[in-house]
Design a protein. Sequence first.
Length: 109
Amino acid sequence: MEKTIGSFILDNCRKKQFPVSSLAAELNMTREALYLQLRKKDIRISRLAAISRILNHNFFEDYYPSTLNPGDDPLPLYLENQQLKRTIALLQADLEWYHKNYGLPVIPH
């Protein structure tokens, strides 16, 4: 039987000794309502992102492991990601400069 996302979350709470009631309170819901959600097969992405943030754990990676094969070096992907972040920052700075110097309205990002 396939492990559900709820079981990954509950296992993580137990491992970190993080009470489910505290997680529920952080999510502005009752403990019972959280248990009902965690028993379901699926969970909303926004809810899973919030739980990941609260528990400081990437549950997306647990349920949908990365596409790296065992033994693959993740460093090239990390470096590419860092380069893309730098490129985005430079492009945003350029765009802001053009908006400022040519009087174009700034588009929020």
